[in-house]
Write a protein that binds this ligand. Structure first.
Ligand code: ZN
Ligand code: ZN
Length: 121
């Protein structure tokens, strides 16, 4: 489902694991469970993309803030994004090589802030 995988500091084996997981029933179910829990947390208010603040649905993507818990993600490891917004995050992470010199979560914070700034939020 995702075109992008982890690029930095992960072995080819781990990249294959990630790619297979993104296409799996397990990930499909994880996304559903994530959305249900998030809606409960928000008392039924719509889920919003962390980049553009517009409404997110299960047809959209979930981005991993880090891959430490791959296949056993905590709720907080995932953030809702639209496909285009998601691509933008990965482009920034890759082009700046952010993950090479900062922890994944910090790199993601920077990338998400940059994306938001680029669309005037
Ligand atoms: Zn968005
Ligand atoms: Zn992602």
């Amino acid at each position: 489902m995702r075109r992008f995988g982890p690029r930095f500091g992960l072995s080819a084996t781990r990249k294959r694991t990630y790619d297979a997981y993104m296409r799996s029933e397990g990930w499909f179910e994880r996304r559903k469970a994530w959305a249900e829990r998030e809606l409960k947390r928000r008392s039924g208010r719509a889920i919003q993309c962390v980049v553009c603040d517009k409404q997110w649905t299960l047809r959209d993507d979930l981005h991993h803030l880090d891959y430490d818990n791959l296949k056993a993600e905590r709720h907080e490891d995932l953030v809702p994004v639209h496909r285009g917004c998601h691509d933008g995050i990965h482009e920034i992470l890759d082009s700046l090589g952010l993950r090479r010199f900062m922890p994944a979560r910090l790199a993601n914070e920077v990338a998400i802030e940059r994306m938001r700034a680029s669309i005037g939020i």
